[in-house]
Every structure is written in structure tokens, then in C-alpha cells.
Design a protein. Structure first.
Length: 124
């Protein structure tokens, strides 16, 4: 069940659908494989002065039984945004291997590989 759908997305200061290719590929994979996710297009963060700012953001967030598992984002400032690539965090990031809790510059195929590996080795 998809709980939130978006239809107009702004991505990384660009407006053309080709800029969201990797985001849409990942989204399509999740739908085809019946993996529940929440899709959002707004992101709130603190700027350098400590003020809240709202940004356009494309985010896919996956939870199971109300527990956060992982998410993938594309927005101005995310690792890979300028190339139309994805940034991920959560249980599909291997902190030991990757050396960080966030990994960017990924294609949808890179993220899908991590999802499938996690599904095979875990019962989350």
C-alpha cells in the first residue's frame, strides 16, 4: 500500500523528468515488488544560522511494522544530486564496508542491489 503519492516534483534546481530517472527507477522497482514506501517531496532542515528552511526534496522512506528501515533521497545538497543520483541511509548501508552511515552517488540499480542483498540476509 502506498500512503502518499506525488505528481509534480522539483529536483535539484531542475524541472525535467530526465533528472529524476534514478528516483523513478527505484520507485518503479518498489511498486513492482510490492514493497511499501512513503514518498515525500518536502524536506525541512536547519540552515547555518539555525533557522528552519523548507526544501524541495524527493524522498522514498521504507518502514516495516512502523519501524524505520531505510530511505533514499534526491535534493539540492544530497550526495549525487547534481548528477541525478541517489543518496541512501538506514539498514541498506553497511557502515563497516562503506565507512559511513550515508552513501551517495548511487544509481537505482546500486540501491536495488543493496535492497536485494539485505532481503536475502535479514528478516527485517
Amino acid at each position: 500500500m502506498l500512503r502518499k503519492w506525488g505528481n509534480k516534483m522539483k529536483f535539484c534546481d531542475w524541472d525535467t523528468p530526465k533528472d529524476l530517472t534514478e528516483f523513478y527507477k527505484l520507485r518503479s522497482y518498489l511498486i513492482e515488488n510490492k514493497i511499501d514506501f512513503v514518498e515525500t517531496h518536502k524536506f525541512t532542515r536547519y540552515d547555518e544560522a539555525g533557522h528552519l528552511e523548507n526544501l524541495e526534496c524527493n524522498q522514498i522512506r521504507v518502514e516495516k511494522h512502523g519501524k524505520y528501515l531505510w530511505d533514499a533521497i534526491c535534493h539540492t545538497g544530497s550526495y549525487g544530486c547534481e548528477k541525478g543520483l541517489l543518496e541512501i541511509m538506514g539498514n541498506i548501508v553497511d557502515e563497516t564496508k562503506d565507512g559511513d552511515s550515508i552513501v551517495g552517488y548511487l544509481t537505482a540499480a546500486d540501491v536495488i542491489e543493496r535492497i536485494e542483498k539485505r532481503t536475502v540476509t535479514s528478516h527485517d
